[in-house]
Design a protein around this ligand. Structure first.
Ligand code: FES
Length: 97
């Protein structure tokens, strides 16, 4: 199934790393949109280890928390509210040390 509507053009994609695997993301896309488009539905695990993923897509349920590598370390952010940036590194499990 295509995620593109015929005739719609978008800027060239860049790459982001999800648990070390590179996936494409387009400028203006959220991490959640890029992850779901790439088939990466698992964004975190709950306390029992069950997979959790995007649910509300508007920042209220907190099911989409991922770890993002930032200049000062790994930070948790909602994937549905965070725009993808070229070269981002994302972890879906505990933040790497
Ligand atoms: S999907 Fe609900 S907060 Fe992101």
């Amino acid at each position: 199934m295509s995620r593109l509507v015929p005739g719609v053009t978008r800027p060239a994609p860049f790459a982001i790393a999800i648990d070390g695997a590179m996936i494409p993301a387009h400028p203006g896309e959220t991490l959640a949109a890029a992850m779901v488009a790439a088939g990466a539905y698992r964004m975190r695990d709950d306390r029992s280890g069950a997979p959790r993923g995007m649910l509300c897509n508007m920042g209220t349920c907190s099911e989409c928390f991922v770890w993002i590598a930032m200049e000062d370390g790994w930070r948790r952010r909602r994937a549905c509210l965070t725009l993808a940036e070229d070269g981002m590194r994302i972890a879906t499990h505990e933040a790497p040390l």
